[in-house]
Design a binder for this molecule. Sequence first.
Ligand SMILES: C[S@@+](CC[C@H](N)C(=O)[O-])C[C@H]1O[C@@H](n2cnc3c(N)ncnc32)[C@H](O)[C@@H]1O
Length: 269
Amino acid sequence: MTAKREDAAWRVRVLTLYPEMFPGPLALALAGRALARGLWALETVDIRDFARDKHRTVDDAPFGGGAGMVMRPDVVDAAIASATAPDLGGPLIYLTPRGRPLTQARVAEFAQGPGAVILCGRFEGVDERVVAARGLDEVSLGDFVLSGGEPAAIALIDACVRLLPGVVGRRESLDDESFVGGLLEYPQYTRPRRWRGRRVPEVLLSGDHGHVAEWRQARAEEATRERRPDLWAAYAERASAQDRADACAARSGHAPGTGRGDHKRRRSV
Ligand SMILES: C[S@@+](CC[C@H](N)C(=O)[O-])C[C@H]1O[C@@H](n2cnc3c(N)ncnc32)[C@H](O)[C@@H]1O
């Protein structure tokens, strides 16, 4: 067990074959300061402690043949039983490339709850029967294969922790970043004004907040359209549904709402 704080607002338990990987980078910077302040707490459960033989075996060959090893359901299930008692009330997450891809919306959902229990796989993953029996919430970090769930758990926890109350100093910075309004963020610039012959866009030096907001909105839309057609399609669909709702409200004499959860970013599709 590591970094345990009973009174923390958000608690995460990680089931792993490598407890020494935690807290790792989560002990540093923003997440580390929040951990030290007791804003969240981390516990690890060593899956190998639940092995049933003197060799502490946790895996076996796959039925049906093939390369690699599979984590045994009986061992993993015993580890889960230990990690879920007492119940945190949060989701029971299995990190796997076969899961639903993680989104910022899901991160926010996890961060709003009491915490999470996170199972990290190794080898070829976990026997499917324990996934079904425990109703594990299968979450993928993306379309690539890591050697184990631990780096994925660290990334997931980091993403959740920065959304917890009191962790980020200026909370409004969380409202104006990639994915929150369905778009990627606009490009950012700081000093010096000129660097290697490249200038900061003039509008950002103008002091005209309206123009800055418009410029940022246009750049956010441009980046999303070019880089993430999937996000762009969803954003455009929501925006046109909202335009239709606004038109209806205007016709019926009600004040149109923004309703997109994104008041700052106006669409110019
Ligand atoms: C080598 S991977 C197993 C890959 C599995 N045989 C497959 O093809 O889907 C070992 C473990 O790493 C973790 N892992 C790998 N890639 C991941 C990803 N993209 N998202 C979340 N976890 C991942 C999972 O816990 C997985 O059980």
